[in-house]
Design a protein around this ligand. Structure first.
Ligand SMILES: NC(=O)c1ccc[n+]([C@@H]2O[C@H](COP(=O)([O-])OP(=O)(O)OC[C@H]3O[C@@H](n4cnc5c(N)ncnc54)[C@H](OP(=O)(O)O)[C@@H]3O)[C@@H](O)[C@H]2O)c1
Length: 273
């Protein structure tokens, strides 16, 4: 049956590839992105592939932007079968949003918390499968409760670590609250040849530029688990899929529940939800 698929970050490598693959299955696809030209081009490709396309042009530069994106999605549909959250940024230097958040905190983590919360009814009206494009946790990752926005001591690694840990904790808490309707799972796409390195500098830029073309997957390969999760009859929730094309390698997310609860409360306060 035809599904309603919503993709945040639908104009980037992995989100775009997921949009086209799910369009080929004849689905209705809504994508969000900040570049109207790209959005239009991908919309045309979605239609050519066999789906229908709608584009929401918006940057994610404040909590209000994310709330507006959720409101725009609600205007377009009252049911969501598949919600793919694929926005992401890697910043060597700390960048701040209009409302004073560390950009990675908003784009990589909080925007996902906000849309999952605000679109709960639409997800419940549909099949409600949330798929977050994430990454494995770094071993030393912690939540920096004293300075979650890294105003004092930012580094790419610390920011990435905290924000990805928060994503995994969000998935764990969400699954605990709602079971598998809506369901929520996090997938690692592997190393993928996309535009994600655009804001990197120095050694990290060199590493990503030199090695990703050699060892990276194509965006088309990276989405195998996304397409599987969008279609499987066996719906489960609260898992991390660490290996591309190997859903059997999934791991239940089992992090410190007290910290995860505190992250949820802080996120509600910051997002005023
Ligand atoms: N590529 C990898 O090797 C890799 C590995 C592990 C995890 N991931 C994760 O996969 C996800 C997708 O990344 P990708 O590799 O497909 O990168 P990408 O090509 O850069 O796509 C990222 C998407 O996020 C959007 N975006 C970034 N910052 C934004 C902002 N401030 N406001 C609105 N939209 C914004 C981009 O919009 P534009 O099109 O306008 O730039 C794009 O649609 C990310 O969460 C990333 O962390 C990627």
């Amino acid at each position: 049956m035809k599904k309603t698929v919503v993709i945040l970050g639908g104009t980037g490598g992995i989100g775009e590839a997921a949009a086209l693959a799910l369009a080929k299955q004849g689905n209705d696809v809504i994508i969000q992105g900040r570049d109207t030209e790209k959005g239009k081009k991908i919309g045309d490709a979605i239609v050519k592939a066999g789906g229908t396309a709608k584009f929401i042009p918006s940057a994610i530069s404040s909590v209000e932007d994310v709330k507006t994106i959720a409101a725009e999605i609600k205007k377009l549909t009252n049911k969501i079968d598949v919600l793919i959250l694929s926005t992401g940024t890697l910043n060597s230097d700390r960048k701040e949003t209009k409302d004073g958040l560390e950009e990675g905190f908003l784009v990589n983590y909080l925007s996902k918390f906000i849309v999952d919360t605000l679109l709960l009814n639409e997800l419940k009206n549909g099949e409600g499968r949330i798929i977050i494009v994430g990454a494995p946790l770094m071993k030393s990752a912690t939540i920096n409760f004293n300075d979650m926005q890294f105003k004092n001591d930012y580094s790419l690694m610390k920011g990435m670590g905290q924000n990805m840990l928060a994503v995994h904790m969000h998935a764990q808490e969400f699954a605990k609250k709602y079971g598998s309707k809506p369901s929520i799972n996090v997938i690692h796409p592997g190393v993928v040849k996309t535009g994600i390195g655009r804001n990197l500098k120095g050694a990290m830029k060199f590493f990503v530029t030199a090695f990703t073309p050699l060892i990276g997957n194509s965006a088309e390969k990276s989405i195998i688990n996304i397409v599987e999760l969008a279609n499987t009859d066996k719906i489960e929730s609260g898992y991390f899929y660490p290996k591309v094309a190997k859903p059997e390698a999934k791991q239940k997310i089992e992090l410190d529940a007290t910290v995860a609860g505190k992250v949820w409360e802080e996120s509600q306060k910051i997002a005023k939800l």
